[in-house]
Ligand binder design. Structure first.
Ligand code: INI
Length: 157
C-alpha cells in the first residue's frame, strides 16, 4: 500500500519570515501585499510574520539564510524583482540570487521559497505582480504554507 503525504494549505500555527528587496519597490511592494494577504487568508497569524527589507535581490540569500538559521521560522519567503532592461548586472544579480536562495533552503533545512521575478521588461514584472499574470508574491506565500506543512508531517510521521 502506498503512503502519500501531502502538504495542506492550513497556515494556522505557522511562523513565516518574508525577505523583500527595496530595489524596484513599485513591483516588490505589491508582491509583499499579495504574500501577506495570502498568508492571512490561510490562517497565518500576523504576529507570526516577520518582514525584512533588504536593498536589492543580491542581498536576499544572506538574510534568508540568517533567518533560517534562527530556527524560529517554518518558512522563508523571498520577494524581489530583477529586470533585464534595468541593468547590465542582470545576469550576475539573478544567477547569484537564485543559487543563493536555493542553497539557503537546502543547507538550513527550512523551506526558502523563490518569489523573485526575473523578467526581460518592466511590463512583464508589473504583469506578474498583480496585473495580467497573477501575483508571484501570492504564489510564493502559498508554496511556503504547503511545503512547511509537508515538512511538519514528514517529521511527525
Ligand atoms: N537589485 C534588484 O533587486 N533588482 C534589480 O533589477 C537590480 N538591478 O537592476 O541592478 C538590483 N541591483 C541591486 C543589487 O541587488 C544589490 O542590492 C546591489 O548590487 C548591492 O549589493
Amino acid at each position: 500500500m502506498t503512503h502519500t503525504i501531502t502538504g495542506t494549505m492550513d497556515g494556522r500555527g505557522l511562523r513565516v519570515a518574508v525577505v523583500v528587496a527595496r530595489f524596484n519597490e513599485f513591483v516588490t511592494r505589491p508582491l509583499l501585499d499579495g504574500a501577506l494577504d495570502t498568508l492571512r487568508m490561510h490562517g497565518v497569524d500576523d504576529d507570526a510574520v516577520t518582514i525584512c527589507w533588504v536593498p536589492g535581490a543580491f542581498e536576499i540569500p544572506l538574510v534568508a539564510r540568517r533567518l533560517a538559521d534562527t530556527g524560529r521560522h517554518d518558512a522563508i519567503v523571498c520577494l524581489g524583482a530583477v529586470i533585464r532592461g534595468a541593468t547590465p548586472h542582470f545576469d550576475y544579480v539573478s544567477a547569484n540570487m537564485a543559487a543563493g536562495i536555493a542553497r539557503a533552503g537546502y543547507e538550513a533545512g527550512t523551506p526558502v521559497i523563490f518569489g523573485v521575478l526575473t523578467t526581460n521588461t518592466l511590463e512583464e514584472a508589473i504583469d506578474r505582480s498583480g496585473a495580467k499574470a497573477g501575483n508571484k508574491g501570492r504564489d510564493a506565500a502559498a508554496a511556503a504554507i504547503e511545503v512547511a506543512s509537508l515538512l511538519r508531517q514528514i517529521t511527525a510521521d
